[in-house]
Design a protein around this ligand. Structure first.
Ligand SMILES: C[S@@+](CC[C@H](N)C(=O)[O-])C[C@H]1O[C@@H](n2cnc3c(N)ncnc32)[C@H](O)[C@@H]1O
Length: 281
């Protein structure tokens, strides 16, 4: 499987990453150590800095969007004003797991599975799920992000795949799905520390997560495959996320870990968030 992403180095509060031909130097608070490969940093195509406001150096070299294949999914990347580029590559190992698990479970259950991606951003996980043949529902409060994810679908020749594209607030949408009786076999949710719904509804993970999880479990099918919960919020460790899922399941298998930015074996791995999953084995 093609993968054009690689962590090249980290340290001094920064990370150096390769996205295809483009090398980016961007802030990363948890990289508190010394860089391992100091010379490599001169190779950066562009640098983003938050010290004197939000600032790209060399933005001219990344002024146009470019496409990169990550974990078998082609993604359009673009240097945004906030230093984001349209992908969180620490989630790429989870995309592979989602694709494989949905495919195996569909075979085992002998039916097409339904996958729901909440806080779905630019759609890497949705498209990995669609590649497995699952019916997908992709939800984000930002129309711009849903449009971006649809562009990514077309880049992967998945424009005609069975994907529902929804711009909505997660909690409002889930409440409606409960009323409609719609159910899902695999659910991914990546709640932000702080976010806004479609009409500006405030989402704070510590206030809304339990309601979100209650609703997620109301829309879980009778014979589901998994629930996968990820978070970048400090304090939401793998065990915290796992304990949250354990409240809903007396049986099945629980796994948890850190999301990692990775490169060649000699490059230190860079943790960036955590995950936990319940698997209905
Ligand atoms: C950090 S991103 C998620 C990253 C994504 N899961 C991935 O791995 O690529 C958070 C996303 O949540 C969306 N969001 C924030 N609050 C929301 C809400 N109340 N309802 C729906 N989406 C929301 C934002 O628009 C944003 O795209």
């Amino acid at each position: 499987m093609k993968d054009e992403y690689e962590l090249l180095d980290s340290g001094d509060g920064k990370k150096l990453e390769r996205y295809g031909e483009i090398i980016l130097d961007r802030p990363c608070a948890q990289a508190v150590w010394e860089p391992q490969h100091a010379k490599l940093w001169d190779n950066a195509t562009a640098r983003f800095d938050r010290s004197g406001g939000l600032n790209w150096e060399g933005r001219g070299k990344v002024s146009k969007p470019w496409n990169v294949e990550i974990a078998g999914v082609v993604m359009k990347l673009s240097a945004t004003d906030f230093g984001h580029i349209g992908v969180f590559p620490e989630t790429r190992a989870l995309w592979k797991w989602i694709r494989k698990t949905l495919s195996e479970q569909a075979t085992k259950k002998g039916r097409t599975l339904k996958f729901l991606n909440l806080f779905a951003y630019s759609g890497g996980a949705t498209l990995a799920a669609a590649q497995s043949g699952a019916e997908c529902c992709h939800l984000d409060a930002s129309k711009g992000m849903v449009d971006w994810a649809r562009e990514n679908a077309a880049l992967n020749k998945l424009q005609d795949a069975p994907i529902r594209w929804i711009v909505d607030d997660v909690i409002k949408f889930l409440r409606r799905e409960v009323k409609r009786g719609n159910k899902y076999d695999g659910i991914l949710l990546d709640p932000p520390s702080f976010g806004r719904g479609k009409k500006g509804e405030l989402y704070k993970i510590e206030d809304q997560l339990m309601t979100t999880l209650d609703l997620v479990h109301e829309v879980l099918s009778d014979d589901p495959a998994f629930v996968l919960l990820t978070s970048h919020t400090p304090g939401f460790s793998p065990i915290v996320l796992s304990n949250l899922l354990r409240q809903y399941h007396a049986t099945g298998c629980f796994e948890c870990g850190e999301m990692l930015l990775t490169g060649k074996p000699e490059v230190n791995q860079l943790p960036n968030g955590n995950w936990a999953r319940w698997i209905n084995d």
